[in-house]
Design a binder for this molecule. Sequence first.
Ligand SMILES: [Zn+2]
Length: 439
Amino acid sequence: MIGPEIESGYIRIEGDRIAELGPMAQSPGAPGTTRIDATGCLATPGLVNTHHHLYQWATQGLAQDATLFEWLVALYEVWAAMDAEVVKGAASAGLGHLALSGCTTSSDHHYIFPKGRGDLFAAEIEAARELGLRFHPARGSMDRGQSAGGLPPDVVVEELDEILAATAEAVDTYHDPSFSSMLRVAVAPCSPFSVSADLMTEAARLARDKGVRLHTHLAETLDEQEHCLEQFGMRPVDYMDKLGWLGQDVWFAHAVHLSDGDIARFAATGTGSAHCPSSNGRLGAGIARVSEMLRRGANVGLGVDGSASSELTTMAGEMRQALLFQRARYGPKALSARQALELATLGGARNLGRQDELGSLEPGKLADLALWRVDGPFTAAVDDPVCALVFGPQPPLARLLVGGRTVVEDGELRTVAHDATGRAGAEAHRRLMRLAAAR
Ligand SMILES: [Zn+2]
């Protein structure tokens, strides 16, 4: 991602960091170390996913032809029934699936906390720890139910004070700001149409007080824009600007419907965004102006978004989807394979404030990397390995390292039981459907 591409090279890892790398001919050799033969593979930084709702693994395939608002209204009632067991199973499958598509760091945005159903935030953290992925869970929230003019039913919203207390506690309990951190917490009220202005303002104050990042959904659909114009008398980005929500410590999910002025403000303030093309396509939300944003200096990362609005979307697949969407809208020069890879790596690392630690293969950075097999029978006909990775379906993942530790080998999860991890997601789905039917 930085510096020249090396046609045949070596990477030496010490502890959890990259110690050195270069052309194979200059490899110093290192007796006594473990050697991974990556002949025939492309080495890239591990992919960084910057928008997700892991619990949604349990509600895939529902409301298949709905708009975002229709889809949300259909699913809120189901989500109201989830418990910690559902979240654990869904998060295990969701994170395992991400690892198998080259993802080494994932954020998650969890914003529904039904009362008396266990510690849902702890459940997803446990799943990430078991698997060994770097995790950035965002403590989400909603406090503007239907009775206050919001979209969600009152049963899935919380009170402002309890949200702030629980969010502060989540940061105090889990957030690790260190360089090698495996877990950082963000503050993430859900969206302008489910959260009060007071909560947005107080959440920003809390996050800045604690030195953690801010995340929310923004400008995803034209319905949202209409809602903001009707209820607040301004467009979504103007509204968030007014609430103090533009800045280097903020990244928004989607950012599809931006004006030229919005893009300029994102660039000027260092506000990031997570482009989620598969979800935007599934819900018919529109195509984000990613290539224009990049040209004007606004940071963009990628997100698979929750599995209920993108089903089995993979991180590698999202690079391809981003490339195809931009080209369908702006022509074949809109986004190159290497730019798509940068969105999925450095762009994501910048969204999470970790561009010094993650997102490129450089000495001193964390040893999070993916080895893609590009000499296999169905991938070997492409000479450019980056093209093979981004233009087509995902090539086999030979190895995934997180901080130098093997999480995936030859397409199988190694830190947890491969099949059982997938099955946990299906069991979470059945459990949630049972709980929802009994409500
Ligand atoms: Zn989302």
